[in-house]
Ligand binder design. Structure first.
Ligand SMILES: Nc1ncnc2c1ncn2[C@@H]1O[C@H](COP(=O)(O)OP(=O)(O)OP(=O)(O)O)[C@@H](O)[C@H]1O
Ligand SMILES: [Mg+2]
Length: 233
């Protein structure tokens, strides 16, 4: 589905990522973990076209997307729910969803919003509510719903648990698994709440100082305090 080959990039002259190679197969949930500042968000930004790639290549469905714009990536089935920036506070739930589908024609957009409401009944009840007045968990569901409007094949998620109370975190993760199973959407999830994300991951990569420090099955890390400590130091 997606293959990242020897990716190197950074900001201005500062290199942040070194020789990153990773892949996500069809239907997989893959996570990226690691300490603050390791370069996790930078990987997602490079994939979706927010920052330029210095070296290496990214293939999506076997075609290079290295020089693609964000809009081209969305059209080809790659969407991104960025860290922290959840919803447009002042706009209604419906407006937020419409923005997620700005590249779709009107008829298709209407259909996608209806379909997305089936997945998120909570949002349907609140169509006209101002997004800033939703609870934290509901806002996270809205951000997720918005990223799903264009019918992605691969969803990139940056810290879906950020700012959520532990009881809501489970709801968001359960929803992600449900979406993955029902629609076969592959996911690449960056997460700090390691224990929770490992439970739903098929595979995981750990990033340390811009390099891959571990890759493999989450079972190798779950409950392995020594190894996790080493990866997060
Ligand atoms: N827009 C930017 N301009 C310059 N440097 C940046 C920018 N964004 C991030 N960096 C730097 O790149 C490095 C990696 O940042 P990145 O956001 O990818 O880390 P992260 O692993 O996502 O961390 P966190 O867990 O805190 O979100 C850090 O040293 C950071 O200071
Ligand atoms: Mg980050």
């Amino acid at each position: 589905m997606i293959e990242i080959r020897n990716l190197e990039t950074g900001y201005d002259k500062k290199q942040v990522l070194f020789d990153i190679s990773m892949n996500v197969s069809e239907g997989e949930i893959v996570s990226i973990i690691g300490p603050n500042g390791a370069g996790k968000s930078t990987i997602l930004k490079a994939i979706c076209g927010i920052i330029p790639i210095w070296k290496g290549d990214i293939l999506f469905s076997d075609k290079t997307i290295k020089k693609n714009t964000i809009a081209e990536n969305i059209k080809s089935g790659l969407t991104f729910a960025p860290q922290g920036n959840r919803v447009f506070d002042e706009l209604t739930v419906k407006d937020n969803l419409e923005l997620g589908g700005y590249l779709l024609d009107k008829k298709k957009l209407k259909k996608r919003i209806e379909q997305t409401f089936e997945t998120f009944p909570i949002l349907k009840k609140r169509t006209k509510q101002i997004a800033g007045k939703l609870s934290g968990g509901e806002q996270q569901m809205l951000a997720l719903a918005r990223a799903l409007i264009p019918e992605p094949k691969l969803l990139l998620l940056d810290e879906p648990s950020l700012g959520l109370a532990p009881n809501l975190l489970g709801d968001v993760y359960q929803k992600l698994v449900e979406i993955n199973k029902e629609f076969g959407i592959s996911m690449l999830i960056v997460e700090q709440k390691v224990n929770d994300v490992l439970k739903i991951s098929d595979r995981t990569y750990s990033i340390k100082l811009g390099k891959i420090a571990f890759e493999g099955k989450p079972e190798k890390l779950i409950g392995n305090k020594e190894k996790l400590k080493e990866l997060f130091l």
